[in-house]
Design a protein around this ligand. Structure first.
Ligand SMILES: [Zn+2]
Length: 135
């Protein structure tokens, strides 16, 4: 695996306070607050901390949760799943495999249907035709 790790201090200086709180301190953005929640343009989603591709628009769907929702990551290797028992809840945490940053949580809608519930602030959207990234 490539070592794209950034020092935490470096991340603190490049990320916004809200990005840092979510990505590095496992925070959660308020529901329905994310800029990418209603983004329906075709493109790719990268980790806001390291820029690694983590999701694509093809698996993004509308959900009433209030956070950007995906049925699967770009490839299985780009995310790491960890069990998260904070707040006395048994949840599965979704992290960027490249830099370890917290992206969101994985819920099982049914045995065959995954719901990746991801913080918008943890993502950057890459417009595939222009290469422009919006956070
Ligand atoms: Zn990352």
């Amino acid at each position: 695996m490539t070592n794209g790790l950034l020092e935490d201090d470096e991340m603190r200086s490049t990320l916004s306070p809200e990005q840092y709180r979510v990505l590095r301190q496992k925070g959660t953005e308020p529901p329905f607050s994310g800029k990418l929640l209603t983004n329906h343009r075709p493109g790719s989603y990268c980790c806001a901390a390291c820029g690694r591709l983590v999701f694509t628009s093809e698996t993004k769907y509308d959900d009433s949760s209030g956070w950007p929702s995906f049925s699967k990551p770009a490839t299985a290797e780009v995310v790491i799943l960890r069990s998260d028992n904070s707040f006395n809840l048994q949840r599965t945490e979704v992290c960027c495999a490249n830099c370890g940053s917290h992206l969101g949580h994985l819920f099982k809608e049914s045995p065959s249907q995954d719901h990746y519930c991801i913080n918008s602030v943890a993502l950057g959207f890459i417009n595939n035709s222009t290469g422009e990234i919006t956070y």
